[in-house]
Design a protein around this ligand. Sequence first.
Ligand code: 5AD
Ligand code: FES
Length: 350
Amino acid sequence: MAKVIKLIEKLEADHFLTKEEFHLLIKDISDADLLYLRERACIASRKYFSNKIYIRGLIEFTNYCKNDCFYCGIRRSNHNVLRYRLSKEDILQCAQTGYSLGFRTFVLQGGEDSYYTDDYIVDLIKSLKDQYPDCAITLSIGEKSYDSYRRFFEAGADRYLLRHETANEEHYQKIHPPQLSIQNRKQCLWNLKEIGYQVGAGIMIGSPYQTVENLVEDLLFLKDLSPHMVGIGPFIPHHQTPFAKEASGSLRQTLLLLSIIRLMLPGVLLPATTALGSIHPEGREMGILSGANVVMPNLSPTSVRKKYELYDNKICTGDEAAECRYCLEGRLNRIGYQLTVDRGDHKPII
Ligand code: 5AD
Ligand code: FES
């Protein structure tokens, strides 16, 4: 359809579309036009990043969580989860393994777990920075106060990942318990930006009740926030959650949104996520070929990996850090890309 091609070209030139145009693009794109869109997104990504893909080492340090998000396998009400917490020594050990494998960014991710007080996190960041001054520290530990975010930043944290999950209030309430609000979520993201973090927002594709209108609202919110990173992957049901019987998000829709985001925010750091690799054996490769430029293999000890199951059939839960790192390198090489040993900071596009 010529109309859709025109929209793709407009998006590529202006990095933006109107609400109506985004709606049309998401709803009406044919398979052939999607191929073209993915190609344009891939070219945009190569223009800024060449064939280099950044790696981030993910350390899932606690699966305790005080929240009860309806989609998440480690939600508070899931009493079947074997809960674990990594000690400071465990975390430093993961970082050491990661460092020797060439990782220069560590992502500390966990449920919202008050066992790790602000003082604990500050001490952890300082120790990591002390031992690995050439590495970036990314936090992904949920909603905190402005003051806590500021303290972590002053201790040396560089980046913060906090997916907004959906920008639409009504949709947000359908997938979260009443204690959580989109207003607070968005405020946290604005606070993080103001403090000076490189910030990552993002959504799940195909989460229950998600509409095309919701996706358009997400795109408009992302454009407004202009984050340094955008984490998107398909929703995948977890059998011990209220959404156990819901369908997964599709590969097609995930690739479509990855490509749109690459063209809308050309310099953004965009991971091909583990969830994408979990719905298709070559999901991450297809993500890269749709404009993604980051991979985030797991550095958590194998003994705890299966316990950090946000969704069913998560890949790599039995693999050692080194296995994942070399597996990913091979996968990227086969499609013409290279892993980069580099902090991989966001660079503004002139
Ligand atoms: N399927 C896919 N992604 C999920 N997440 C949480 N639960 C699921 C699920 N069932 C994502 C959320 C969260 C991130 C850490 O993992 O978007 O922000
Ligand atoms: Fe973990 Fe391939 S990335 S085994």
